[in-house]
Write a protein that binds this ligand. Structure first.
Ligand SMILES: Nc1ncnc2c1ncn2[C@@H]1O[C@H](COP(=O)(O)OP(=O)(O)OP(=O)(O)O)[C@@H](O)[C@H]1O
Ligand SMILES: [Mg+2]
Length: 367
């Protein structure tokens, strides 16, 4: 097959890129990400479109700390590395870096240099035109995007304003000036950035409370109807609140994301709150979970940590009760649970084994 375009530049053809459908890509991502079906699906569709070089709107993921946003980005990196035949460069960048590049007057450069570097790592033998073509059709994960809000309280956050503008420039302009990295000759050129796919993610701390307040005591008070419950013989009122049901673009404007910036994102996906069973899966399935890390530590010290399924369930139950901390609550709970044992394992071991059942978990954590 001849992959050459009329100008003689070798282009990667879509046919060579993806034989996988979004649902198959989602299944692969789900090997690394527990739950978060909506976000996994949206990202799988965007990745598939990118692989066949069809236009795909940018994605914005909003979810509390520890809900799996960065994990999802890493899963996509793994997918692109291990499961695609044609190289698609990917860059994960902290949103603040965009602001710094914007301040220096070249908002595209940090991103395009990163993508060119990624393209070179994927294919050492590719020539400049191919590397540029791939970089301009690469994927950019902008993590911690909430850190580039344009206001904090009543103060203008100038670095945030600049970073949003930098991203805007990249997402909307056909022609971005850039100086090539020195390993590509350092020449000044213009590149077309319309092929870039942006996936931005952030925890947007405070947004949940702001929207809750709006619909309960603020401008739209009374919109969220309370439900009456009888708890322990007492009548209590509860406001069953799910952010996804109430979030409007205006809430994000008020948070400090400009309307122009937000308009570059075709879809806003809210991450789910992780439930108990999902937290158990994270503890057991993720090699880097607090549970596995503890097992490895004790093994190095010559002990075997054995945690019963009921004890793991109790840990997940307590973590799930800590709202909006996601899997990060597991870390904190496991740290408290294991502190004494890590300090003096010999005092807690029987025949080289440290056994933890549900009663032990309750006893240690309830003090
Ligand atoms: N849905 C998930 N699937 C698998 N592991 C997860 C998931 N959510 C969280 N984790 C685990 O919890 C840890 C924290 O998750 P992650 O870094 O993805 O959170 P985050 O949403 O990016 O949070 P933050 O907003 O604080 O950056 C990770 O080490 C990961 O192993
Ligand atoms: Mg993160």
């Amino acid at each position: 097959m001849n992959n050459n375009s009329p100008d003689g530049i070798s282009k990667d053809t879509p046919a060579a890129r993806s034989a996988l459908t979004p649902s198959q890509i989602a299944d692969l991502l789900a090997r690394k990400v527990v739950g978060q079906r909506a976000a996994v699906r949206d990202l799988a569709i965007a990745l598939c479109k990118r692989l066949v070089r069809q236009p795909s709107g940018n994605l914005l993921l909003i979810g509390s700390s520890g809900s799996g946003k960065t994990t999802l980005m890493r899963a996509a990196e793994w997918f692109l590395r291990e499961h695609t035949s044609a190289p698609v460069p990917l860059l994960r960048i902290h949103a603040n870096v965009l602001g710094r590049a914007g301040e220096e007057g070249r908002p595209g450069e940090a991103v395009l240099h990163g993508l060119l570097e990624a393209a070179r790592e994927q294919d050492q033998g590719a020539d400049q035109d191919v590397l540029l073509d791939r970089a301009c059709n690469g994927i950019v994960f902008v993590d911690e995007v909430d850190k580039i809000r344009s206001v904090i309280g009543t103060d203008v956050h100038l670095a945030g304003v600049r970073a949003q503008e930098a991203l805007l420039t990249l997402a909307e302009n056909e022609s971005i000036p850039m100086v090539l990295p020195s390993w590509l000759g350092g020449e000044e050129i213009r590149v077309d950035s319309r092929g870039l796919l942006f996936v931005a993610a952030g925890a947007f701390e405070g947004l949940y409370d702001a929207v809750y307040d709006r619909v309960t005591i603020g401008a739209d008070r009374g919109s969220l109807k309370p439900i009456t419950k009888v708890v322990d013989g007492e009548v209590a009122e509860e406001h069953p609140f799910v952010l996804a049901d109430w979030l409007r673009s205006e809430d994000l404007f008020e948070y400090g994301m400009s309307p122009q910036f937000l308009s570059r994102f075709e879809s806003v996906t809210l991450m789910d709150e992780l439930i108990e069973q999902e937290l158990v899966s994270i503890l057991l399935g993720n090699d880097d979970s607090p549970y596995h890390r503890a097992c490895r530590y004790f093994e190095q010290m010559g002990y075997q940590l054995v945690v019963s399924p009921a004890a793991l369930g109790e840990l997940a139950h307590r973590a799930a009760a800590r709202k909006r901390l996601g899997a990060r609550a597991l870390q904190e709970i496991c740290r408290r649970l294991l502190k004494e044992m890590e300090f003096a394992p010999q005092d807690h071991a029987t025949d080289g084994m440290i056994l933890l059942d549900v009663d032990d978990v309750k006893r240690i954590l309830d003090v």
